[in-house]
Design a binder for this molecule. Sequence first.
Ligand SMILES: C[S@@+](CC[C@H](N)C(=O)[O-])C[C@H]1O[C@@H](n2cnc3c(N)ncnc32)[C@H](O)[C@@H]1O
Length: 393
Amino acid sequence: MSDSQTISAAVAKLYNTYPFPPEPLLDEPPPGYNWRWNWLAAYSFCTGQKPQKQDIRILDAGCGTGVGTEYLVHLNPEASVVGIDLSANALEIAQERCKRSGANRVEFHHLSLYDVEQLPGEFDFINCVGVLHHLSDPIRGIQALAKKLAPGGLMHIFVYGELGRWEIQLMQKAIALLQGDKRGDYRDGVQVGRQIFASLPEKNRILKRETERWSLENQRDECFADMYVHPQEIDYNIETLFELIDASGLDFVGFSNPSFWQIDRLLGKAPELIERAKGLGDRASYRLIELLDPEVTHYEFFLSRPPLPKVDWSADNALLAAICERNPCMDGFPSQCLFNYDYQIVNLSPDELEFLQRCDGRSTVGEILANQELELDEVRGLLKQQLILLTSR
Ligand SMILES: C[S@@+](CC[C@H](N)C(=O)[O-])C[C@H]1O[C@@H](n2cnc3c(N)ncnc32)[C@H](O)[C@@H]1O
């Protein structure tokens, strides 16, 4: 067996023992949404406009037990979805999960990311969450996926960050040392790990990080194993992350947690430093942010295969002529106080609420504004908050 096959076999064994994520199966669609899995919301976030087609093909690469896959099916009612994974046991649960909740526009294949070329055709949207960092060769993995992304398509990726996972890495190494020859016995690894935490003194740094940040989710052995007894994990920093992204041959569109990547939240009290930071390129700015706020446990972002037409709506005429509808990812509408796409509370003015109520997917911004008071910049503000989707006419 090659190194890469040995690693894939060890990873498959982990997830066959502890299929992940261990969310319960429901007899109905899962609650709420994650906007990153809603094609309309994700595409509009990336381009400023609603996508032209919704009958798209979606690939969930390394779908695990299908929690994300199930959302992808329910949140995109015209899409057909394909899930692939290395772990047969995880796939069995994914299949059952989707069957139970009526997510039937989906098929699953027992296939490695490396072999994704075996699937026919291209995909408009590829979701790959929590997977690439478990490959022996993440660059080969992302390149294989990139070849399957259609022109104008989007890829959503989530990989681990080294700065915020420092204590996890130390704990992984400690467990491995104590396991010795029993490495690869994942149940033994979980037992050893739990014994270590039970023994460490209260103020110990590794224990404190576990207690404050992770212990709630780690009550489940599946989560504990995924975190502490993984046979293969490569964690990134901004520099190595962009090496991975550059190797994909795709364009970086942006982080899907953009509020973290704002320098103002760290240096806002020092305008002089903000000025200096403006001289840095994007990547150096991101590096500065993570150096000053090393909480980064993961990176989540969108890549695209050009051409990806973007609209900024700065021209009044174009904005007035655009057809407007509400972003499907919001909760609590119609109300002046609602949750936006990211489950953040938004307080609308009465005029903004009225505007949103008139966004019916047929009227243009100009037609709506003919009957009510709202400045065009306020409409741009609604778009910036991802409360509306716009289509050019
Ligand atoms: C942490 S889980 C993430 C599952 C799912 N994406 C989620 O976020 O809920 C990682 C999954 O990636 C799968 N995986 C790891 N390496 C893979 C590979 N080379 N090809 C396909 N799947 C892989 C594992 O079997 C596991 O189910």
